[in-house]
Design a protein around this ligand. Structure first.
Ligand SMILES: Cc1cc2nc3c(=O)[nH]c(=O)nc-3n(C[C@H](O)[C@H](O)[C@H](O)COP(=O)(O)O)c2cc1C
Length: 363
């Protein structure tokens, strides 16, 4: 009699590619919400820990990687945003800035803060940040909002760095595979944080995870990492059944004690408010998902008046709305969260992974 051997759920093209134990990626967080502790905890637990380099200089990223290496000898991922300046910046003139400040003046007044002059320092640039990747050579370099130049991808290959691009549509996934990346995060619009589209407008690229994953899996050969709305072992099982080789979970890790999110942000994720999230441009100028609050509600009809990225985010920093800090006013703060936030149960990243693994082993 022939015996059929059950395939281990955790042996996938993705775990083989990286030599890691579990096909569970902790999603990177921009806006300063990643932490060395979270990245190393997840990598040590057998998943892939990630660190979002978006707001940092090349030197800061190098120093961060050194700290991660002090805490783990396992593979980890550094993430960057390829397109760091919206083309619309060139057209956004003084008149537009005046409209923006008029719109926000009541909120600055309410907090007793002056309305800022147009910010001129727009922050780190991808071309400089990517030098840190070449210097530190993390096992994985993942990116959003586009595809790095072929020179950059070639250099990564030569240095033994695996590259992972991010797609919000099937066409983006196909372009990424053509460019020669090693894996693709396919992210549905349930996901917390930014909608990282690069071929069409984010508003025109709103596929859900359940629809996107099998379509991407049918169209590319490289490993597919499913992201968006996955918060427990049911989500992992579903993603693998739909053709994914791994999952990337963001909000579930953001909620753990190891992340750099503020205490009130974490409390908010476990509150009843987390049932209602919205896609909004008000915090950064780019479409992103967070828990609805007063600012999102009151400005929902004025999305087109927001400044382009990254100017809008620099402006919102004066209102302490973005990046979110411990002393931001809750009415105005960006409480990033995905649609599955009400499913969250765990406040420790190690326990979260152990629970997911135990549940998957039983299925
Ligand atoms: C606060 C926050 C910041 C994020 N920043 C980034 C980022 O800088 N780069 C990136 O690739 N993904 C970023 N993401 C997306 C996550 O890495 C992950 O793909 C997403 O959260 C998965 O959806 P989920 O939140 O439903 O689990 C962010 C998500 C959140 C919640």
């Amino acid at each position: 009699m022939q015996t059929t051997k059950k395939k281990m759920w955790n042996r996938t093209k993705f775990t083989e590619l990286l030599g890691i134990q579990y096909p569970i990626v902790q999603g990177p967080f921009g806006g300063g919400l990643s932490s060395v502790c979270l990245t190393s905890t997840v990598s040590n637990a057998g998943g892939l820990g990630s660190f979002g380099g978006q707001p940092f200089s090349s030197n800061e990223i190098i120093e961060t990687c050194k700290e991660i290496r002090k805490n783990t000898d396992k593979p980890f991922n550094i993430n960057l945003w390829v397109n760091d300046r919206d083309a619309r910046l060139a057209e956004f003139g003084d008149e537009d800035y005046k409209i923006l400040t008029t719109l926000f003046k009541p909120y600055f007044n309410e907090l007793g803060l002056p309305v800022p002059e147009r910010p001129t320092d727009l922050g780190a640039k991808f071309e400089e940040q990517v030098e840190a990747i070449f210097d530190i050579k993390p096992a994985v370099f993942s990116f959003v909002y586009g595809i790095p130049s072929s020179d950059i991808l070639e250099k990564c290959r030569a240095l033994g760095i695996k590259t992972i691009g991010t797609a919000t549509t099937v066409d983006e996934a196909i372009e990424l595979e053509k460019a020669g990346v090693d894996g693709i995060v396919a992210t549905g619009f349930e996901a917390g944080g930014h909608r990282v589209s690069f071929l069409r407008r984010a508003e025109d690229s709103l596929s859900g995870t359940f629809s996107l994953i099998p379509q991407v899996a049918d169209n590319v050969k490289i490993p597919v990492i499913a992201a968006g709305g996955i918060a427990d072992s049911r989500g992992i099982k579903a993603a693998l059944a739909l053709g994914a080789d791994a999952v990337q979970m963001g909000t579930a890790f953001l909620a753990t004690s190891q992340s750099n999110a503020s205490h009130d942000h974490k409390d908010k994720l476990f509150s009843a408010d987390a049932k209602y999230t919205s896609l909004t441009k008000i915090f950064t100028g780019r479409l992103s998902r967070g828990i609805r609050n007063r600012l999102i509600e009151e400005l929902k009809n004025y999305e087109s008046s927001m400044a382009p990225y990254p100017l809008q985010g620099k402006f919102m920093a004066f209102l302490k709305a973005y990046p979110p800090t411990a002393n931001s006013n809750p009415d105005f703060k960006s409480y990033w969260a995905g649609q599955s936030t009400p499913l969250l149960r765990h406040k420790d990243a190690k326990v979260l992974i152990e629970t997911l693994v135990n549940e998957m082993n039983k299925k």
